[in-house]
Structures are given as structure tokens and as C-alpha cells.
Design a protein around this ligand. Structure first.
Ligand code: TXA
Ligand code: MG
Length: 320
């Protein structure tokens, strides 16, 4: 049976999704960042099926998605700094990593044995409705086969998994288009584990300067592999001009006299627009089978996360 794509706000579709999750299955769900591949966080079978469906060889810890601050507080111990961050940015594209509570409603496979847990309250009516209906957090990585580009439409999810997935809830194109920003919080110390859809300046207005992952013993995200989010073709970054025989991902003014395949992330140099179309544009250019050269993108605002994803996409592939 091919994967069914059904509207995310259709009651019957939500009921079908809840039934699949209840039985230990997985469902594709929209969020404002990227689509997630969700399973019940407290069912080892459901979480194992996430890893199996993604083809993720190692047990890299997952984010537990919740529908309220109250449910988040039942999972991890909140420091005053975490409360301030949650108040400012939830629901939204921010994941907080904190000390896992002993009685947290997640199985060990979600944390891959760590004593910390990543938690996010997304802007996703479907996830919130399912969490409420099941009375359980949902574990969800991005809904793409391991090592490929994260999906920003329900069609991407369907194409990625084919028969291996029964249902994707369709919420249209993800407005942010990049995965959430991940912060580890230890007391007042806040470490940036992954740049993402919430930019540094907004966070630092609350936290002060962020620590870098790995700096002076600061934590890292186990999943931050060098090569990730990768298209199948080679990539060339910071290319002021495309070469003949390449495909070009432009930003700002498009080059004159280039006749190859080209997509412009944002003719007006708007980084929010560029973030929202980055993954879909890489996927579309990948289909031509040509090296993708990419225009220079500034590092400010969401540019930090865009450049992070591009550098990973261009890195030599590791065996994941
Ligand atoms: O926007 C997003 O964050 C999407 C949507 C679906 O919510 N999810 C997502 O999940 O990108 P995933 O599994 O692709 O990335 C989660 C990252 C991984 O790099 C993982 O290593 C890190 O979070 N992580 C999870 N738990 C952690 C923990 N306890 N400590 C440090 N890093 C953790
Ligand atoms: Mg991912």
C-alpha cells in the first residue's frame, strides 16, 4: 500500500494517525520547522520503528514533542533560565535539552541511554492534538531516510519512504523550513548544540552569549555528524558564479548569461525566505545530476543555520 497523504486537520485522518501510533506504528506529521516521523515516546516498539523506518543505524537520541509547558515539565527538570526560554519561544522552533526526570514518560530508546532529554513544543496543531488524544509525548526526528535532506512538504515524506510508511498528515509547506535550534541548558549556562530555525540574536537577548558545543567540556548533540542533509551530487559553496555544467543555487541577484538549472533562494536577500525554501530547492536541483554550486550566504540571523546545513550537505559522505 503506498503512503496515504491526508489533511492534518481532518478529524478522521487524526483518528487514523492516533490508532497507528497507539499500535506502535509511526506517522509523518507537519511542524513549523520540517516534517517529523512520530511515534509514541513511551512505547519501545513505536520508537524502534522510527529508527527502522529512517534506516538510522545508530541510536541517536530523539526529541520528545509536547503540547504544553506542563507536559514538558513532567519530562525534564526546568531551571529558571529554561522557563524564560520556554516562555519566550514556545510553541516554536526551539528544542531544550535538560536533565531527564526519573518518571518521564519516555522509553530509554528515546534518549539512547543519556540522562538528558531533548524536548520541544512545536507550532503544530496535529502534533498537539495527537499528544493530547494519546496523553503521551511523541518522539520524532525529521521524516527523511537517514542522511538525506529533511522534508518540508508531505509529498517529500511520501517520496522518501514509499510503502514503508502508512500515513502522512499534510499541513502544507513548513513555514520555517530548517530544523529547530537546540540548546542545552545547565543552570544559567546555555550551549548552542545546533543552530536552527530560531536565530542566535533572539536567544542571546535572553541568555547573553551562547557557549559553543564542545567548548570547555560543554555538551554536544550526538547527532551532529559532519555529513548530513546531503543531496546525492557534489556541492561547491561560496560560488560567486556558477560554472558551465553546474546547477546553481542563487541568493540575491541571479547571474547573467547562465543557462543551466538555477533556483534563487531569495532574490531580495531575505534569509527567512531562503531558509524556508532551502531543502526543497536542494532536492529540486539534485534531480539534474549536476554539481550544485551555491552563492555565498551571509552568516547573520538564520544565515548561521543555513550555512551550517550547506556545509554539512557539501561534506564528504560518512557511513552513517
Ligand atoms: O525541527 C526539529 O527539530 C525536527 C522536528 C521534527 O521537530 N526534529 C529533528 O530531529 O530535527 P532530529 O532527530 O533530526 O535531530 C535531533 C537532534 C539530533 O542531532 C540529536 O543528536 C539531538 O537532537 N539530541 C537529541 N537528544 C539529545 C540530548 N539528550 N542531548 C544532546 N543532543 C540531543
Ligand atoms: Mg534529521
Amino acid at each position: 500500500m503506498p503512503c496515504a497523504i491526508r489533511p492534518h486537520n481532518d478529524e478522521d485522518a487524526l483518528r487514523q494517525a492516533a490508532d497507528i501510533l497507539q499500535a506502535g506504528g509511526v506517522v509523518g506529521v507537519p511542524t513549523e520547522t520540517v516534517y517529523g516521523l512520530a511515534g509514541r515516546a513511551d512505547l519501545p516498539e513505536g520508537v524502534a520503528r522510527i529508527y527502522q523506518t529512517k534506516g538510522r543505524p545508530q541510536f541517536n537520541p530523539l526529541i520528545a514533542h509536547v503540547d504544553s509547558l506542563e507536559r514538558a515539565r513532567a519530562l525534564i527538570v526546568f531551571s529558571p533560565m529554561m522557563v524564560r526560554l520556554a516562555d519566550a519561544f514556545w510553541p516554536g522552533p526551539l528544542t531544550l535539552v535538560g536533565p531527564k526526570r526519573d518518571d518521564a514518560q519516555v522509553c530509554d530508546l528515546v534518549t539512547a541511554g543519556l540522562d538528558t532529554l531533548a524536548v520541544r513544543w512545536p507550532r503544530s496543531s496535529a502534533i498537539c492534538a495527537l499528544v493530547k488524544a494519546l496523553d503521551c509525548p511523541l518522539a520524532a526526528p525529521s521524516a527523511n531516510p537517514s542522511g538525506t535532506i529533511s522534508p518540508t512538504t508531505a509529498q517529500h515524506v511520501g517520496e522518501g519512504f514509499g510503502d514503508a510508511l502508512a500515513l502522512v498528515l499534510d499541513g502544507g509547506t513548513c513555514p520555517v523550513g530548517l530544523e529547530s535550534t537546540i540548546l542545552a541548558v545547565e543552570g544559567d549556562e546555555v550551549t548552542l548544540l545546533r543552530p536552527g530555525g530560531l536565530d542566535r540574536a533572539q536567544i542571546e537577548a535572553i541568555t547573553g552569549p551562547l557557549k559553543a558545543a564542545g567548548e570547555g567540556g560543554a555538551p554536544r548533540a550526538p547527532g551532529m555528524l559532519k555529513s548530513h542533509y546531503a543531496p546525492s551530487v557534489a556541492m561547491r559553496l561560496n560560488a560567486q558564479h556558477p560554472r558551465p555544467g553546474e546547477a546553481y543555487l542563487a541568493f540575491g541577484q541571479s547571474p547573467d548569461n547562465f543557462t543551466g538549472p538555477m533556483i534563487n533562494l531569495s532574490p531580495t536577500q531575505n534569509l527567512v525566505e531562503a531558509a524556508s525554501t532551502l531543502f526543497a530547492s536542494l532536492k529540486a536541483l539534485d534531480r539534474h545530476g549536476l554539481t550544485i554550486s551555491v552563492a555565498p550566504i551571509p552568516f547573520d540571523g538564520l544565515g548561521e543555520a543555513i550555512n551550517d546545513r550547506l556545509i554539512r550537505a557539501a561534506a564528504p559522505k560518512e557511513i552513517l
